[in-house]
Design a protein around this ligand. Structure first.
Ligand SMILES: [Zn+2]
Length: 249
């Protein structure tokens, strides 16, 4: 019997035209497709416990409150509602602190770091990341606004992908030592689901070099390395976000 070696088994070889030496252009247009990887939370004991804590907490609060309100008539035999209430509060607090934050789904790719919130993806471009550090099983991304944190326990694969891309795109912002890098590890090609990002909305943005509004998609150019956006008539020689050379002269 001959083993099947279909298209899946073929390796893609770089074509001669785009082979060694011919780097991809530094800029890309924003109406192209942007691929990225999607990382759902790793379901483990902690997350299951979070959901159980939420459920039990809710039940305990309900029973406690019911017994308090209807103590005299309905449930005169229940002498412990304050304790039940307290247990409910503790379980709910646990869920809010630890259970919920790990259920997010992350996107990592050319457009930066995305967080799926309801049916939207909140994105932080690589050029917006000021510092990447790690503390207490978390990866922390400082940005101009609220910092992003990724749990290394719930999202080990997303953290690996993020760090590996950041080292290529914005190495100066990566404040991780060898020990951190070893702990986080290197990404495997199979990790994360490959998806095409939702079309980029540029209408609210301005050119990072000239501050001109980027209202016409045609006029927008993006730094291939860090995702910084420019008006095509106001391109700087080097990228404001990552220092990549954007113009030949
Ligand atoms: Zn750049």
């Amino acid at each position: 019997m001959i083993a099947y070696t279909g298209p899946m088994a073929r390796r893609t070889k770089p074509s001669k035209a785009s082979g060694r030496g011919a780097a991809p252009p530094a800029l890309r247009r924003v109406d192209e497709d942007f691929s990225e990887r999607r990382f759902e939370p790793k379901t483990g004991q902690t997350e299951v416990f979070g959901v159980v804590a939420l459920s039990l907490g809710g039940i305990a609060l309900g029973v406690g409150a019911y017994a308090l309100v209807f103590r005299d008539e309905a449930l005169p035999q229940l002498g412990y509602p304050p304790y039940v209430l307290a247990v409910g509060v503790v379980l709910l607090a646990y869920y809010l602190l630890f259970g919920r934050q790990r259920l997010y789904t992350w996107r990592i790719g050319q457009l930066g770091v995305g967080l799926e919130v309801d049916d939207r993806v909140m994105r932080t471009g690589w050029y917006e990341v000021e510092r990447i550090s790690s503390a207490a099983d978390q990866l922390r991304l400082d940005t101009g606004g609220k910092p992003l944190t990724i749990s290394l326990l719930a999202h080990p694969a997303a953290a690996r992908r993020l760090v590996s891309e950041a080292l290529q795109r914005i190495p100066k912002q990566v404040a991780l030592d060898d020990e951190d890098l070893q702990r986080i590890g290197t990404p495997a090609a199979s990790e994360g689901e490959r998806v095409v990002a939702e079309p980029l909305q540029v209408t609210q943005l301005t050119c990072m070099a000239s501050s001109r509004p980027l209202s016409v998609e045609e006029d927008v150019r993006m730094c291939r390395r860090c995702g910084a956006l420019y008006h095509r008539s106001g391109l700087p020689r080097r990228c404001v976000g990552c220092g990549k050379k954007l113009k030949k002269k």
